[in-house]
Design a protein around this ligand. Structure first.
Ligand code: SF4
Length: 363
């Protein structure tokens, strides 16, 4: 584990007492308390973090934000360990450059709306679908591909949003589909009961072999991985989890415990990371991230070249840099620590490999 986390528990406790003095240790460990106390305003951030002039300027102009602000108290405690403008801060704090939409950027960079076959159900491949269960996430990442939808119908509205009946109906009558990825948003912000209902409904479809869940909760809300949730997930195995750690600072002892619970329940864990300019696009950070993930029992699976989402140029690194980083890691780290480098070209049509091999073979 990286040195900043050597005294993680002590730091968390000190941060809680200072920033959320009314919260007990039990509150802090409760994922519902964490969701209810997400920081969503500039004033809420400024109250807790020492900010740079750049961070202050961006927070003062919410009209320029491309998506809402939402940060769990837990994640805020990790940001507090960083200097202003630190890498993890840049993943969740707005930037004035979000307002600039460059040529070649799109609000729907993967053309998902054109591939929607039922409300919230995207079919970009013949055999698999993406089920967008919710637009809410525990924390919003500024580089999100689906920022066009992020935060719409969040909180209570999300939990009361219609259950995806039409999507399930479509799945039942489409036997070519064997693989269902449930994502969003982050489906693990749903209540246990609602998630259980959805997972059981998908598992009951005879032609669906593979169910996957895409979630960032182990990185930004590890408290969500409760024994009750794990029982639900375990009951519909085989189920794979696609996690989303972006930086080694997210690999805390709490995150490690969350991953350990999932692994002990027989749930395989893969990680997907976006290559982010000035955040993780250097060899040393990528090595610490991927080797740290392996120590947690998580396979670094995909490294994604940033999508052409509107207003994300300042966070998008280059294909050449991604290739050079992975090339430099070859022979220096376990092969398991080297993810596939992927790109999703604008407009849909599926992923392409960028590494290994240097060519662009179909994924
Ligand atoms: S967790 Fe995923 S869906 Fe949610 S904001 Fe981050 S990248 Fe987007």
């Amino acid at each position: 584990m990286s040195p900043p986390h050597a005294n993680h528990a002590a730091h968390e406790r000190a941060f809680r007492r200072l920033a959320f003095p009314e919260a007990t240790a039990a509150d802090w460990g409760d994922w519902r308390w964490q969701l209810r106390h997400r920081v969503r305003t500039a004033a809420g951030v400024a109250r807790v973090l020492e900010l740079s002039a750049r961070e202050r300027r961006a927070l003062a102009t919410p009209a320029a934000w491309r998506m809402p602000l939402s940060i769990t108290p837990y994640l805020l405690s990790l940001l507090d360990q960083e200097a202003p403008d630190g890498p993890l801060r840049r993943t969740v704090l707005p930037d004035v450059r979000e307002a600039q939409v460059r040529k070649g950027e799109y609000h729907d960079p993967l053309g998902e709306e054109a591939h929607q076959v039922a409300p919230g159900l995207i079919r970009s491949y013949p055999h698999k679908v993406l089920l967008l269960a919710t637009a809410d996430c525990a924390s919003f990442c500024r580089y999100c591909t689906r920022s066009r939808a992020a935060g719409k119908g969040t909180g209570r509205a999300s939990r009361a949003a219609p259950f995806p009946r039409a999507a399930l109906e479509w799945l039942r009558r489409t036997p070519e589909i064997h693989d269902v990825l449930i994502s969003g948003g982050d489906p693990l912000v749903w209540s246990d009961a609602r998630l259980d209902r959805l997972l059981k409904a998908v598992r009951a479809i005879p032609h669906v072999d593979l169910i996957r869940i895409g979630t960032k909760t182990p990185a930004v809300l590890p408290q969500r991985i409760t024994p009750g949730l794990v029982r639900i997930l375990r009951s519909v195995r085989p189920l794979w989890l696609s996690l989303h750690f972006s930086h080694p600072a997210e690999l805390t002892p709490r995150a490690a415990r969350a991953c350990s619970r999932l692994l002990e329940a027989g749930l395989p864990l893969m990680n997907q990371t976006v290559l982010l300019r000035g955040i993780n696009d250097n060899r040393e950070t990528m090595q610490r991230l991927n080797e740290g993930l392996l120590r947690l029992g998580v396979k670094p699976y995909y490294l994604h070249q940033g999508d052409m989402a509107a207003g994300t140029a300042h966070l998008r690194s280059t294909v050449a840099k991604g290739r050079a980083i992975l090339q430099a890691l070859c022979g220096q780290v376990s092969g398991y620590a080297i993810p596939h480098f992927m790109i999703d070209p604008p407009g849909g049509g599926g992923k392409h490999h960028l590494f290994p091999g240097g060519g662009r073979a179909g994924a």
